[in-house]
Design a protein around this ligand. Structure first.
Ligand code: ATP
Ligand code: MG
Length: 567
């Protein structure tokens, strides 16, 4: 490509409201343009980067036996109703009605359609299969953010494994795990795997690949000593137990006039009601049903854990009116003692505790001497709280670290949830009909592109790893009006193309400063500067974008040196 003919609209200024480095630099470098919130046009440079990322992903998917498909983005709502995700995925799902009045959805992921296709697999002898596509996904994200990091329309490599049993699924999952490691390494991303929540996808196990970055929106809990790593939505720690007083607790009501908060109760009754000895009672609507959610007084509920524990499509805190109607009291005096009309879910840290304090469902009255096991009919014990930095690792006891990350990939063991409802059954060895055991695996291409930029930039612009750069080499001709210099540039250009090197010839009639600044902004890994002075001595300059190291190279040995660097 000749720069003089290319559409590379670089900007001198950062776009307004762009915080993330990738957002700033991909817009400034002329890679992408926003059309509307969460929708970006890929300009030629962005398209080239995304295509290279796609090629790397395809190579690794093919290497584990993946077969590429291409499915419609518009999916009959009927399939989503059958899988249950029509109700489970809320407003993030783009829905529309066609002219015949039929419900349609824009693909959020494609479990339903692939499971539907899997009905054509006749026998266990045709398994295993790995099916994938690289295709547009739509999600009506509440907060599109960070340029292409979180958008409403993006390209995903999504793959699906089909197996006869869970051993097969475990193997397919491991194959993907390995492929993902190789993909992220090839992209120049230091991605690590963490235990994750499966959310609305369902299934038994999921692992995310994340890249540490302040631009990320996920919090990761990790142990610096052992290999424990988990998304905060899933992370647990080994909190030291609270020592409750000895002896049998006797349940008693006591007046607490005007007290509305954990802190006020602790202040008013310091011997009795330190926050760790209180029960915090939250009232939620879980799929529209009033539910009591209990955590220790000094702990915070993590809503995603409640979603995961209940499998609910929607949860929200109850309003003050709903709480009063259900329990007869206002927040500040709520509790679960003797409550049988509503389900109660409690955090593990309350298990076995005695001599606790909680609201009595009467304004200005609390209970003391609460023995959770005896007095509160807890229906479900789970981890509901957010782990924080410094708490002991569940595996080795070392203090945990908490950091921000970008989720770049996610792999799920789905099991038979989709195959059962779609009727994707195969005959096993004994002629028995069995649902296919599935996994699903995703990588977002534009988010990967942004993550690469987050991890590879300096004050002058992007520093692409050669594997994903839009061009590997830029030939910067310093004096395009000098025929000899231009001819030397053209000759090198042809030679590099002949060697299969992706090269852009900067033949613009611009000042060197402008050309250098643009090349550095768009992050081409290697710049060859061709000027009359150097040429007179048979030399050009080679500048390595990472670190901006420059060396003089004989024109005759440039190809060799570049091949060496690109190898
Ligand atoms: P997040 O938690 O960031 O919303 P998710 O868990 O919903 O993501 P998955 O359903 O696991 O995402 O999707 C697989 C991959 O698709 C993600 O790992 C990410 O790379 C990409 N992806 C998901 N949502 C978006 C989005 N809104 N914009 C860009 N890429 C996305
Ligand atoms: Mg995910």
């Amino acid at each position: 490509m000749r720069w003089s003919q290319a559409f590379i609209p670089t900007l001198r200024e950062d776009p307004a409201e762009a915080e993330a480095a990738s957002h700033r630099l991909l817009v400034r470098g002329g890679f992408v343009r926003q059309l509307s919130a969460g929708h970006y046009s890929m300009l030629p440079l962005g398209q080239r980067v995304r295509a290279r990322i796609g090629r790397i992903i395809r190579r690794e998917m093919d290497a584990i036996g993946g077969q590429q498909f291409h499915l419609p983005a518009l999916i009959p709502g009927e399939l989503w109703k059958r899988s249950g995700r029509w109700d489970l995925v809320g407003e993030e799902l783009f829905r529309l009605i066609d002219r015949k009045g039929a419900d349609q959805v824009l693909g959020f992921t494609h479990e339903e359609v692939f499971a539907h296709l899997a009905t054509e697999v006749p026998s266990y002898r045709d398994l295993p299969q790995i099916w994938y596509q690289i295709q547009t996904k739509f999600r009506d994200e509440p907060r599109p953010k960070g340029g292409v990091l979180r958008v409403r329309e993006f390209t995903m490599k999504d793959s699906y494994s089909l197996d006869i049993n869970t051993d097969g699924l475990d193997h397919a999952f491991d194959l993907h795990h390995g492929a993902y490691r190789r993909i992220f390494a090839a992209l120049g991303l230091e991605a690590v795997d963490v235990e994750a929540s499966s959310g609305a996808m369902g299934g038994t196990k999921s692992v995310e690949f994340v890249v540490r970055s302040p631009a990320g929106e996920d919090w990761i809990v990790s142990c610096p000593r052992c290999d424990y790593r988990a998304n905060l939505e899933r992370a647990v720690s080994a909190l030291p137990p609270v020592a409750d007083p000895n002896g049998k607790a006797s349940l008693e009501r006591f007046p607490t006039p005007g007290i509305k908060t954990i802190a006020a109760l602790a202040k008013g009754f310091p011997d009795l009601a330190q926050p760790a000895r209180q029960i915090k009672t939250l009232v939620y609507l879980v799929n529209d049903a009033i539910t009591l959610v209990l955590v220790r007084g000094d702990h915070e509920l993590l809503e995603q854990k409640l979603v995961d524990a209940t499998g609910a499509a929607k949860i929200r805190p109850a309003t003050a009116e709903e709480i009063r109607a259900a329990l007869g009291a206002d927040p500040g005096s709520l509790g679960g003692v003797g409550v049988r009309e509503f389900p109660i879910i409690a955090d593990n840290e309350l298990s076995g505790r005695t001599h606790l304090v909680t609201g009595a469902n009467e304004d200005g009255v609390h209970y003391r001497g609460v023995d959770v096991g005896r007095d509160i009919p807890v229906g479900k014990w789970v981890s509901l709280r957010a782990t924080s930095a410094g708490e002991p690792c569940i595996r080795c006891g070392s203090p945990l670290e908490v950091w921000k990350a970008i989720e770049v990939g996610h792999i799920f063991k789905l099991g038979t949830r989709y195959s059962e409802v779609m009727g994707a059954l195969v005959q096993d060895e004994d002629g028995q009909s069995r649902p296919i055991v599935m996994g699903s695996y995703g990588i977002g291409l534009e988010r990967a592109m942004a993550a690469v930029v987050e991890a590879n930039s300096d004050e002058r612009g992007i520093v692409w790893p050669a594997s994903v750069a839009p061009y590997q080499v830029v030939l910067t001709v310093l004096r395009v009006d000098d025929p000899d210099t231009m001819a030397a540039g053209e000759r090198l250009y042809e030679e590099l193309i002949g060697r299969g090197i992706e090269v852009i010839l900067d033949d613009r009639n611009e000042r060197p400063g402008v050309k250098f600044a643009d090349a550095e902004l768009i992050g081409i890994p290697y710049r060859v500067t061709i000027g009359p002075k150097g040429l007179a001595a048979g030399k050009v300059e080679l500048t390595i974008r990472r670190g901006l190291f420059t060396e003089e190279v004989e024109v005759g040995s440039l190809l060799g040196r570049l091949s060496e660097l690109l190898a």
